[in-house]
Design a protein around this ligand. Sequence first.
Ligand SMILES: *[C@@H]1O[C@H](CO)[C@@H](O)[C@H](O)[C@H]1NC(C)=O
Length: 361
Amino acid sequence: FKNNFCLIKVTKLCQPQNYLWIGEKADNTFDSQVLQYEPAHHGSINTVTNLSPDLCVSGGSDQAVVLYDWKQGRMGQSFQGHNREVTKVICYPGSTWIFSASRDKTVLMWDLNQGDEPIQEFCGHELVVNGLAISPDGRKLSTGSRDNWMCLWDIESAKCEQRHNISRNLVTHICWVPASSSIVQTSEDKTIRVWDSRTWQVSNTFPAKQYIQTYCDVSPNGNYLVSSSNGFGGQGCEATLWDLRQPGCKVVEYRGHLQTTACCVFLPVSPGSPAQVATSSHDSSVRIWDQNTAACLGTLSLDGAGPLVSLAPSDPPNLLCASFNCGLHQIQVEQSSHQAQGSGASPGGAGNLDIRVVARF
Ligand SMILES: *[C@@H]1O[C@H](CO)[C@@H](O)[C@H](O)[C@H]1NC(C)=O
């Protein structure tokens, strides 16, 4: 019954975009060509990540962790084990491991080659787990929760080896700095903290921003951090680029979203293009920014899709985007061939991008 209800809701909200808005909204005229695959989830999707160039893993309010071959448009395994909504999923690159965090206060570990039961359970947090990151060597799992605790677990034994609580540190997201022992963590207390995983102490605290920090990502070379913040009416909805080599040094701000920016990611560098950052927001849009100049290179509005809280960059030009109302989206970001009609790009901006939805599932 619940599933039927949700399917009807999805249909209502998402199909008009395919048919009705042509002509009404000039920037989304390609929407009639969106492929519709079997929906990965019933209900809102909170998180999506890549397992391989073809496969993604996602989680949401239906408590399931779902594997999807989005290049073929085929649903794979569905992992059931959480009894509250799934907040984050991550994969360990090059492996068949999946980790999922949930409002049920646990983290479960799954292996694609070992059936559909969890192979490990990490229990100890007292509230929703929002932060999840694996050490570069694949041996440790770092978790953070709304309960103010940051924990470091041994993956093989599922033992919590280090833990530390900081008053009012309601963890919203965690990122392991590539090839290092540092972890970056955002919080509802508006602070960004850098942890040393060897001592399990905070090694740097970035100056508090005015708004809750919702998400963070670290550039592949480990030099830059991007964090995003909540807000409304255009206030506080920015993402910020920081220099990790000079902690606390703000480089640029990406301003344009009208509501909470819920996700921010570095895009893989493609030849001939400037370094880029992508953001998604509760305002139902995805924006692509020039990483260094902070110019908005393109905007995609997914009207009716509700909050967009997770992005997973794949091989260019593909980008996956999770939504509350309309499932997952395969998006393509390409250099515009017709500069003058760039879809929603900033006025006069050079190198306007075409951003379009290819498939929805
Ligand atoms: C940390 O946790 C302990 C045990 O639950 C508690 O007594 C203490 O007040 C907490 N400290 C902070 C800073 O939250």
